[in-house]
Design a protein around this ligand. Structure first.
Ligand code: ZN
Length: 208
């Protein structure tokens, strides 16, 4: 399936163009020195390797193509046309401006038109986009548009609420703030009763 999403894995630099692990660790040593510490002191000796391993986990989403994962796992189902909603998908991401953590939850829904995917794939989709450098608005659009593109449903709704490390631990230091973004497509945008049903499902789950 052709991908028009410029943010999908196909549009990213090939993994072979990445710097080596040794180069990454040496860059982390530089940052430790720049912060004012001594990378050769005992407590920091293993830090560059640990940070590199943590980065492999934080940014694992670059090596996965969400369009491909959904395209190879959907099933054609005749006659199921009720809303599918997965609420409170917890995720951890990092903002592309400060590389500070973004921690939150996503609520994802679609109204199938024959194609359905297992719910674990919805969580997987959120994770793949979360495990990249992000801005929350872009991530919300990417999740919704990928579902739309692959499942061709009657509608898609994505709501994300998250707290941003760059707001809470630096800059204006406002802990407790949470940013809410949403993208509604198809029936969720055009049909107020569909949108209401979704908002009431996630509203109930949010207040539990
Ligand atoms: Zn930031």
């Amino acid at each position: 399936m052709a991908s028009t999403d410029s943010s999908s894995a196909a549009a990213l630099p090939a993994l072979s163009e990445r710097p080596s692990r040794a180069e990454a660790e040496s860059a982390i040593r530089t940052l430790l020195r720049w912060a004012g510490d001594d990378p050769d002191r005992e407590g920091l000796l293993d830090t560059p390797a640990r940070v590199a391993r943590a980065y492999e986990e934080f940014f694992a989403g670059y090596s996965k193509d969400p369009v491909e994962i959904l395209s190879t796992t959907f099933s054609e189902v005749e006659g199921y046309d009720e809303m599918v909603v997965l609420t409170n998908i917890r995720f951890e991401s990092h903002c592309e401006h400060h590389m500070a953590p973004i921690i939150g939850k996503a609520h994802v829904a679609y109204l199938p038109d024959r194609r359905v995917v297992g719910i674990s794939k919805l969580a997987r989709l959120v994770d793949i986009y979360a495990k990249r450098l992000q801005i929350q608005e872009k991530m919300t659009v990417q999740i919704a548009d990928t579902l739309q593109q692959v499942l061709l449903p009657k509608g898609v709704a994505v709501v994300i609420e998250a707290s941003h490390g760059c707001m809470t631990t630096r800059g204006i230091h406002k802990p407790g703030t949470s940013l809410v973004t949403s993208r509604m497509l198809g029936a969720f945008r055009d049909d107020p009763s569909t949108r209401r049903e979704f908002m009431s499902i996630i509203g109930q789950k949010r207040s539990e």
